[in-house]
Ligand binder design. Structure first.
Ligand SMILES: Nc1nc2c(c(=O)[nH]1)N[C@H]1C(S)=C(S)[C@@H](COP(=O)(O)O)O[C@H]1N2
Ligand SMILES: [Mo]
Length: 455
């Protein structure tokens, strides 16, 4: 009888172990190198031990030829055929990763929100099917062949040639594609008074990031003969029943950043996100990104619509309301570890999160694991883009004791994310919108992670 084949192929190749060590030395900061190495060594030893256990049963159950390995069906049989047509879906093992509404948040599901599962996403792009949704009167799948965009002035001096565009006409014009975040002004709004929700999906999930494609609004306004000396404001109006209308200052449009967008992540917008046409207003709160866009008007003063006079205003401690605070200020959040997650064991973890600013690029993210006493600079993962999500990471060895994990972002204009004490000193506790405070996650001894607030 020939010598039985040793199933060495089932073991991770020795390089695998070396790889982990190499990673450990690359990843570690000089001061932490020893600790990180030890943590990586422990992790790789566990890996090898697991593989060794697998090796103990190479013989088919019930005896038989020990030369035949127990290979799973996906290694021995034909796989699924390519579909004759179709649109790909995530693995069935990923079925738990979904956008979700917060039960009881609103009275009807037409005027509601579903939150993006930030805890389960990598990098900076939000898959279109997981983009958060915010509708004031439900969403529509509008036939693009019948959709029109009207561009007019509040009088004929503001704009010489009012025009009506079909989608085909808009899509013939030169386009640009740019990555930007969109954040609802009410994101993190439930947390103003105290801790209100358990997970990052519900604290920060009215946030998404896509590559948007469209025509620059300034180009279309110039085609229509806008008089930029007279026309200082732009009104955008949606075609759904909410008559969503928002005023934008012309400065934003002149910069060339505001887009009449039809594309999102390489394909047409999703119906929930405004198909076939939405306004993209980088850095500005989500409500101004009017979906199902049907009209643009230019004028010389703000329109003071319901969506800017009654909603999306900030209640200040003196009882007055502040209007037109549109820019989403610098903000960040750790998504791993975050509320609802469980750390399985002490040892190495990569703290990871997202940072963004409506004023420009992210310059720096500091991370603390002791409630803000000590801070370390996180690694920013490139590309770091203007008014776009930026992913940050930091190596961490958890010693098993309670930890308070938080991140603090600084943008290129020098704005620094405030803590709750600083924010509430200016804004009080009764606002809904524009909460950019530092978020804290408590890692308990059990490994369970909880939302807490420090001031
Ligand atoms: N026509 C229209 N546009 C709209 C809204 C709406 O209800 N109708 N909601 C606004 C709000 S409040 C936000 S936060 C964003 C949400 O965009 P999303 O659903 O693509 O995430 O769209 C904005 N544009
Ligand atoms: Mo919003």
């Amino acid at each position: 009888m020939s010598a039985p084949l040793r199933p060495a192929r089932l073991l991770p190749a020795p390089e695998h172990f070396l790889d982990l060590q190499r990673l450990a030395s690359e990843a570690s900061l000089p001061a932490r190198r020893g600790l990180l190495r030890a943590a990586f060594a422990a992790a790789s030893a566990a890996l090898l031990a697991g593989a060794a256990r697998g090796q103990a049963n190479p013989v088919p159950a019930g005896g038989g030829d020990p030369n035949i390995l127990n290979l799973p069906p996906h290694s021995t049989a034909l796989g699924q055929p390519v579909a004759l047509e179709g649109y790909g879906k995530p693995s069935r093992y990923e079925a738990n990763l979904q956008r979700r509404p917060s039960p009881g948040l609103t009275q009807t599901r037409q005027a509601s929100v579903s939150f993006a599962p930030l805890q389960g996403l990598f990098g900076i792009v939000t898959p279109s099917g997981l983009h958060f949704e915010r509708h004031h009167q439900g969403w529509w799948d509008i036939d693009p062949s019948g959709h029109r965009l009207m561009v007019n002035g509040s009088d004929e001096k503001m704009l010489k040639r009012p025009m009506v565009f079909t989608m085909d006409e808009l899509m013939r014009l030169p386009s640009v594609s740019r990555f930007h975040f969109i954040e609802c002004g009410a994101n993190t709004g439930m947390e103003w008074g105290n801790v209100a929700v358990p997970t990052v999906q519900y604290t920060h999930g009215m946030l998404s990031c896509s590559e948007f494609t469209g025509v620059r609004l300034i180009d279309v306004l110039e085609m229509c003969g806008v008089d930029l000396k007279r026309a200082r404001f732009v009104l955008a109006e949606g075609a759904d029943g909410s008559s969503m209308t928002r005023t934008l200052p012309m400065e934003l449009v002149r910069r060339g950043e505001v887009l009449l967008a039809y594309g999102q992540n390489g394909e047409m917008l999703r119906p929930e996100n405004g198909y076939p046409l939405r306004l993209v207003v980088p850095g500005v709160q989500g409500v101004s990104w009017v979906k199902y866009l049907r009209r643009i008007e230019v004028g010389d003063q703000p329109w003071a619509t319901k969506d800017e006079n009654i909603h999306y205003i900030d209640l200040m401690p003196d009882g007055l309301h502040r209007e037109y605070t549109s820019i989403q200020e610098v903000k960040s959040v750790v998504t791993t570890p975050s509320g609802g997650q469980v750390l399985l064991d002490k040892g190495f973890y990569s703290i990871s999160g997202l940072a963004w600013s409506g004023r420009g690029r992210i310059a720096k993210v500091d991370v603390s694991v002791d409630g803000g006493r000590n801070w370390r600079a996180a690694r920013l993962q490139g590309p770091v883009m203007d008014k776009c999500l930026t992913r940050f990471n930091l190596d961490w060895v958890w010693d098993g004791r309670p930890a308070l994990v938080m991140s603090r972002a600084t943008d290129e204009t020098g704005h620094v994310q405030p803590n709750y004490g600083q924010l509430r000193a200016v804004r009080g506790t009764r606002s809904i919108y524009h909460n950019n405070a530092i978020q804290t996650w408590l890692v308990q001894e059990s490994g369970e992670v909880k939302n807490v607030q420090l001031s």
